[in-house]
Design a protein around this ligand. Structure first.
Ligand code: GLN
Length: 488
């Protein structure tokens, strides 16, 4: 039998079901690896060692009683991003502001995972309040990329991606507001899926930009990602934007066949700024789809050059409203030094929030102010609509769209040439998809000259996850399965 921690989540789930491995054995193996690797990678803010062992006993009993025969992931250790509320377990959003916050309730996704017998082994590191693309803005220090610790794992779900790639968890939950599942998945050589907005409940997610925030999964391969997505999706009356659908079955689309599928390559995704190695791997991937009988052709989208500015205008505006609740009175950190209520607000926020968050709140405040509302916010939501329409037009002709996930592979930590402004460009192929609310998956499609992974992005029409899952699964099979970092 392979070493437990290098199995896929579904393999381990199968072994647990067949009683070859006990849940406690799986937890023990996972905790040992976490203890060894955490000093290097810092994928977690909180590791739940004791809790995981007691969960293991409970879940084993439920498995033995036949209660969990429906769940393919029962007993498998997994990780939850630290902006998703877990009852009685610290949930910090990687901010000093919430460093001691212990929710009294579980997010809907966490309740669903518990129902399915998942073992939550820890809460993962991230950019503060999910604002960023490198996981360097965490109050708890940066996460490192398991392929090369001198590089970032991406962000904001960097801890969730590094935990899976570094085999510190079998799969994980991340959140994607402008690319934060797909970009770190690409940088860490794993699969990450962002479903259609409204598919997975946001109840219990610490909000960044509510009209864009989406919870999804990261896994070692397409099947793990899809099996876990199936567990967490579904209508939830506690989330006003949750959509009621007749079926949330995704595993049925794990089909190794793309014959006759119509795939578009948006020209905007292959233009200036794209790294040569990534271009080459993307074109090779496209050839594979052609060879397997898909009809692939170039196509045009419009307004893509405005996606990043529109994304930041909208996300910063929503953030400035969402984060106004952190005032030192109702939630989180409170300053020791204040004379009056104004001081209390100001000092609590000045001391409790990091630089990048403050920068965005100031932008959001400006964009929403009466002087600039028309010029910035209103314009941004018009552009959002035009971008949505442009995608809708493309989906009249294509089943899915294909392109790179990021223009470059993972940058070095503290790379002085990559200031916050430049880092924002890593979202140039991902944020328009959030503006349009579409589903997309990133799968590994190669390794660049410096030995870092490259991600391929497949984008589907609303609620047509099935097309991207089928194409991703076919591609992964052609590549001979997941890519594994042999060095770890
Ligand atoms: N990098 C983008 C940002 O900084 C995306 C973040 C996200 O998806 N949470 O806002």
């Amino acid at each position: 039998m392979k070493e437990i921690t290098s199995m896929t989540a579904l393999d381990l789930g199968g072994h647990i079901k067949a009683k070859n491995i006990s849940v406690t054995e799986a937890v023990k193996a996972q905790i040992e690896i976490i203890k060894k690797r955490e000093p290097l990678f810092n994928s977690y803010i909180t590791v739940l060692e004791e809790e995981a062992y007691s969960q293991a006993e409970e879940v084993q009993k439920r498995i033995d009683d036949g209660e969990l025969s429906w769940s393919p992931l029962a007993g498998v250790p997994m990780a939850v991003k630290d902006n998703i509320c877990t009852k009685n377990i610290k949930t910090t959003s990687a901010s000093k502001m919430l460093a001691n916050y212990v929710p009294t309730y579980d997010a809907t996704v966490v309740s669903k995972l518990k129902e399915a017998g998942a073992i939550i082994i820890g809460k993962t590191n991230m950019d503060e309040f999910a604002m960023g693309s490198s996981s360097e803005t965490s109050y708890f220090g940066p996460t490192k990329n398991p392929w090369n610790e001198k590089h970032v794992p991406g962000g904001s779900s960097g801890g969730s991606a590094a935990a899976v790639a570094g085999e510190e968890a079998f799969y994980s939950l991340g959140t994607d507001t402008g690319g934060s599942i797909r970009q770190p998945a690409a940088y860490c050589g794993i699969t990450g899926i962002k479903p259609t907005y409204g598919t997975v409940s946001r109840y219990g997610l610490i909000a960044y930009a509510s009209s864009l925030d989406t919870i999804g999964t990261l896994g070692r391969n397409v099947s793990d990602c899809v099996a876990s997505l199936e567990i967490i999706s579904g209508h939830d009356p506690l989330d006003g934007s949750s959509v009621e659908k007749s079926s949330y079955s995704y595993t049925k689309s794990l089909i190794d066949d793309v014959k006759g599928m119509k795939i578009g390559i948006p020209r905007d995704y292959m233009g200036d700024g794209l790294d040569d190695d990534i271009r080459k791997s993307t074109l090779e991937a496209i050839e594979i789809f052609r060879r397997r009988g898909a009809i692939v052709e170039e196509c045009d989208l419009s307004y893509m050059e405005y996606a990043i500015p529109a994304y930041y205008a909208i996300s910063c505006s929503e953030a400035s409203s969402n984060l106004s609740r952190y005032d030192g009175v109702r939630y989180g950190y409170r300053t020791d030094e204040y004379d009056d209520i104004q001081d209390l607000y100001m000092n609590s926020r000045s001391e409790g929030l990091g630089m990048e968050v403050k920068r965005r709140l100031m932008i959001g405040g400006l964009v929403l102010s009466s002087d600039y509302y028309e010029a910035y916010y209103h314009k941004a939501i018009k552009i959002r609509r035009l971008i949505q329409e442009s995608y809708m037009k493309a989906f009249e002709s294509y089943d899915l769209l294909i392109g790179p996930t990021t223009p470059k592979s993972a940058p070095a930590i503290n790379d002085s040439s990559s200031d916050s402004q430049k880092r924002k460009l890593s979202g140039m192929y991902s944020s328009s998809i959030n503006l349009a609310g579409l589903p997309a998956v990133s799968i590994p499609c190669g390794i660049d000259k410096s030995g870092l992974p490259i991600g391929l992005q497949l984008i589907g029409n609303h609620f047509e996850e099935n097309n991207i899952i089928r194409a991703a699964y076919t591609f992964e099979s052609e590549m001979g399965g997941r890519i594994r970092n042999e060095k770890i």
